[in-house]
Write a protein of this length. Structure first.
Length: 503
């Protein structure tokens, strides 16, 4: 362990814990390339300690009143709201996104905290009386126990908040394994939960790599696992955790398409394409990375996208004038760049090449500019792969039907959008497209907190989407109780319970 940088440790049982592995990983400032923090990597023993803490806390938290749970969540919401800027600054320092983008992330996480504060409505059961003579049937939902969340680097505050507020509101205890690339936001959240009065052990944070993940997937005391990340890892999470008898929701990667019809408002479509493709440097699973232009609209649309993209200011996330920040690591930057430098050889027309970008005064940052590829064939790697960077592909088709067929042939089915003034075409699209989230003249159709988020095909493994009603169902299990009570009039002779016997 070095001493000249900040150290981020685990959060177990309501306090920071150094852990026993002695292994640490580097956390860099993406704008400078400098290592600013080291993060502890959990061993199997560290994971076992966190799960044991959560299991012990569940003994009382799982039977605590809804009033107590929601009171704590309301206090947490107030603290989270008051600390928006502080959390956003941590995100910018370790992820690189601009401050306004980081603030937006916290705001979207707050939506799920709001939903959790009203969990009493979601947990109401059902009752049928007199299903037979003096027989009633009730359906209730109960917590699972210890549940785990494994979250990605691109939204270090929002994605954990898609999980733990509902999980703990439902009576579970939670072990979070955030990305080791930007761990500090999750620790700040843990401190705020403790300050709000959450009992020790209800929320725990473990940092680390595959060692920590695999132990959570196999641990006998972990009942369910939530995951957001790439498709290969999502598939591994789902297969391994399911084989160990756990409930799993594993959200994978994406290649989100935007279909632009000839009648669309092209200025609005170009604005949407630029914001959806390049916002947060393209490091989001709901980024629009493929625009499908129908008919003669393509030339004008590409020109409008190019004009707007060239004006985006790229710089450090803590510079108020920056509109886009760096990528998370140098290795990721180089991988993203490779899709652009190899595009022409695969038949793409490179309209904008951002791979040579340099930012004065921050020459060692993980910089890449905006890239725009036109006439992209479906065989090109830039189209087939989830790039997770500021690269937008434009594909050209002759008809609406051809566009939908192209999009439905993708192995991914996360989010999609159509831009048109034709209500009939929009209605057909939302029914015919094979994706879990659809936008009509909305480029990034991320649902509000009380609707669930999730894709189809290789973008989701498991039966439940995340947050909304699906989130409540995922973090609880149903129980049906059938009851027959004798009527007081049936009491044995000689016992008078005070009820008349004339009925």
């Amino acid at each position: 362990m070095t001493t000249d940088v900040k150290t981020v440790n685990h959060w177990i049982g309501g306090k920071t814990v150094e852990g026993v592995s002695g292994n640490y990983g580097p956390v860099t400032d993406p704008a400078t390339g400098a290592v600013t923090t080291q993060v502890a990597f959990a061993s199997v023993d560290d994971v076992d300690a966190a799960v044991a803490s959560a299991k012990a806390a569940y003994a009382t938290w799982g039977t605590s009143s809804l009033a107590k749970r929601t009171a704590i969540l309301f206090k947490f919401r107030a603290l989270l709201d008051a600390n928006r800027d502080a959390i956003a600054e941590l995100i910018t320092a370790e992820h690189g996104k601009v401050h306004s983008d980081a603030l937006g992330e916290v705001a979207r996480g707050l939506e799920i905290v709001d939903l959790a504060c009203g969990i009493t409505v979601q947990l109401k059961g059902e009752l049928s009386t007199e299903v037979a003579s003096r027989v009633d049937v009730a359906s209730i939902r109960q917590p699972l126990g210890v549940v785990a969340g494994i979250t990605p680097f691109n939204f270090p505050a929002m994605v954990p908040m898609w999980m733990f507020p509902l999980a703990i509101a439902c009576g579970n205890t939670f072990v979070l394994k955030p990305s080791e690339k930007d761990p500090s936001a999750s620790m700040k959240i843990a401190e705020l939960l403790s300050e709000a009065g959450l009992p020790d052990g209800v929320f725990n944070v473990l940092h680390g790599d595959k060692v920590a993940v695999d132990r959570l997937l196999e641990h006998p005391d972990v009942s369910a696992v939530s995951f957001v990340g790439s498709t290969p890892i999502a598939r591994h999470i789902h297969t391994t955790a399911s084989a160990n008898g756990k409930r799993v929701q594993a959200l994978g990667g994406a290649k989100n398409h935007m279909l632009v019809l000839p009648d669309a408002d092209l200025d609005a479509a170009a604005d949407a394409a630029v914001s959806a493709a390049y916002g947060s440097a393209g490091e989001r699973c709901m980024a629009i990375s493929a625009v499908v232009a129908v008919g003669s609209v393509a030339d004008e649309l590409v020109a409008k996208i190019k004009d707007r993209a060239e004006k985006i200011k790229i710089g450090p996330g803590n510079d108020p004038t920056s509109e886009m920040g760096p990528l998370i690591t140098a290795a990721h930057r180089d991988k993203v760049a490779s899709y652009v430098t190899g595009a022409a050889a695969e038949g793409c027309e490179v309209v904008l090449d951002g791979t040579g970008l340099r930012v004065e005064g921050h020459e060692n940052g993980h910089w890449i500019g905006l890239s725009l590829l036109d006439r992209v064939p479906t065989t090109a790697k830039a189209y087939r792969d989830e790039i997770f960077g500021p690269v937008l592909c434009v594909l050209r088709v002759d008809t609406y039907e051809e566009g939908v067929a192209l999009m439905n042939a993708s192995p991914f089915g996360n989010g999609t959008a159509i831009f048109t003034r034709d209500g009939g075409a929009a209605r057909r699209f939302q029914l015919e497209i094979e994706a879990g989230m659809v936008g009509v003249n909305v480029p990034i159709p991320v649902p509000v907190g009380y609707h669930s988020f999730g894709g189809w095909k290789d973008s989701l493994f498991g039966d439940h989407h995340i947050y909304g009603n699906d989130g409540t169902h995922f973090y609880t299990r149903g129980k049906v109780v059938t009851t027959r009570w004798p009527d007081p009039s049936d009491a044995p002779a000689g016992v008078d319970l005070g009820f008349p016997r004339n009925h």
